[in-house]
Design a protein around this ligand. Sequence first.
Ligand code: FES
Length: 63
Amino acid sequence: MEKVNTLFKVNEGGPLEVTGNFRVVNSGGKIIENKEPVYLCRCGGSSNKPYCDGSHNRNGFSI
Ligand code: FES
């Protein structure tokens, strides 16, 4: 795979896995995460958005 600074990997039926050099900032602009990897919710079901909390395993998310 080509070397990149930040990689966004779509996990089938699960979260978006982010590795590399990145920052996650909240709506106020504060850095809330800067360590890799981070798993971001794609299903909309997480109670801890923007992070995955495993809810995708229970809500039928499959893409
Ligand atoms: S992708 Fe895991 S809780 Fe949404």
